[in-house]
Write a protein that binds this ligand. Structure first.
Ligand code: NAI
Ligand code: NAD
Ligand code: ISE
Length: 335
């Protein structure tokens, strides 16, 4: 059997995911795409040899479509996912599940009332080989109990229309989810501070920002979010344990020696940095959906990430106060 997929949002990642499903992955076919900008949908439909649906609702309500991929921009995710739940459609939604915890909570409520888990959130770093290797070493006790986590999320340049809130809800959201998964500990308190802003940052965007999180067991996490780092798309993570440290491996590029220089290139593009992770996450989603099950990051993970993001924004806007999280208990439904 082949999963019949409809995709909503034909921008940068929508185009990639559509082609990935159509040409690279197994057991699924993109049958329809849509976008609020008609030409974007037409371009992707042409690349995939599929039809353009007039509206997102046409895709979600189509009985011939088994499952939906949401790659629209962040503020559209909540309503689209709610609509999928209403129609009992499996949905892969790019992160964030919702731009605020309030929206994510509505999704949780609707999904639980429907009695079936239908949602997977695009936290693809959990599928990255490097992070998985780190997790295996930590779980095996190789570095002893984790004490500290240092991370950096550096983009080459902030895209058009990026706001300070997006820095948390769209960018840092990856580390918010990933770190909790990596060290298996709930968050207890959060802070976000801003200092000197880079002259490369556009008007009105305080960039970089520093996020600090303390977990329930006392692990201290720092995350640098820097959207205009210019030199590369640079994702760093180091966990410091009682007996040693473990680092996220950099992507592998061949060492070059030339003109009195020795070194390796840096990745410049987010869409290739985790390219294998996208493939693994979506293939797993396809295979599970065909079996009528879900695994991987679910709505509860999306909700906890959104809750953490809300409080980080509040902390930043209050000048960096430390705020308690009071993480709600994970319902059995999402165990
Ligand atoms: P984009 O702006 O290039 O594309 C978004 C597209 O969605 C646009 O074509 C827009 O017209 C369309 N759209 C927006 N609302 C819509 C709606 N209600 N119905 C139909 N189409 C709609 O953005 P990009 O970079 O492709 O990001 C899309 C989503 O993917 C975002 O939520 C972003 O956070 C996420 N993302 C995740 C990444 C990851 O590493 N997991 C990487 C890049 C993006
Ligand atoms: P984008 O702006 O390039 O594309 C978004 C597209 O969605 C646009 O074409 C827009 O017209 C369309 N759109 C918006 N609202 C819509 C709606 N209601 N119905 C239909 N189409 C709609 O953005 P992008 O970079 O492709 O990001 C898309 C999403 O993917 C974002 O949520 C982003 O956070 C996420 N993303 C995730 C990763 C990742 O690494 N997991 C990477 C990039 C983007
Ligand atoms: C984008 O949406 C992503 O998800 C990328 O992974 C991230 O690095 C970038 O900052 C976001 O805009």
């Amino acid at each position: 059997k082949e999963l019949q997929v409809g995709l909503i949002g034909c921008g940068a990642i929508g185009r990639d995911h559509a082609q990935r499903i159509q040409n690279k992955l197994q057991r699924a076919k993109i049958v329809a795409v849509t976008d609020v900008i008609k030409e974007s949908a037409q371009k992707v439909a042409q690349l995939c040899g599929c039809k353009v649906a007039e509206t997102a609702e046409d895709i979600i309500a189509d009985p011939k479509i088994d499952a939906v991929v949401v790659t629209a921009w962040d503020p559209a995710h909540k309503e689209l996912v709610l609509e999928c739940i209403k129609h009992k459609k499996f949905v892969f939604c790019e992160k964030p599940l919702a731009t605020e915890a309030k929206g994510a909570k509505e999704i949780i409520k609707a999904e639980m009332e429907g009695g079936q888990r239908l949602v997977q959130v695009g936290f693809m770093r959990r599928y990255d080989k490097g992070y998985r290797q780190m997790k295996e070493l930590i779980d095996a006790g190789e570095i002893g109990a984790p004490l500290l986590v240092h991370s950096a999320h550096r983009n080459v340049a902030s895209g058009q229309g990026v706001t300070e809130d997006f820095m948390i809800t769209q960018t840092c959201i990856h580390e918010i989810d990933l770190t909790k998964w990596l060290i298996q500990d709930d968050y207890d308190s959060v802070r976000c501070i801003v200092g000197r802003t880079s002259k490369e940052a556009p008007e009105g965007l305080r960039d970089p920002q520093m996020v600090m999180i303390r977990t329930k067991s006392g692990i201290c996490i720092d995350i640098e979010v820097f959207l205009n780092a210019r030199f590369g798309y640079d994702i760093q993570c180091q966990v410091v344990g009682e007996n040693g440290t473990v680092n996220l491996p950099d992507p592998s590029y061949p060492p070059i020696r030339k003109e009195a220089f020795k070194g390796t290139s840096l990745c410049m593009d987010w869409s290739v940095r985790f390219i294998e992770a996208y493939d693994v996450e979506l293939q797993e989603w396809i295979d599970n959906t065909l079996e009528g099950i879900t695994s991987g990051p679910n709505s509860w993970d999306g909700y906890i990430a959104a809750l953490t993001a809300d409080l980080l924004i509040q902390s930043r806007d209050e000048g960096g106060t430390e705020i308690k999280l009071n993480t709600p208990e994970r319902p059995v439904f999402y165990a």
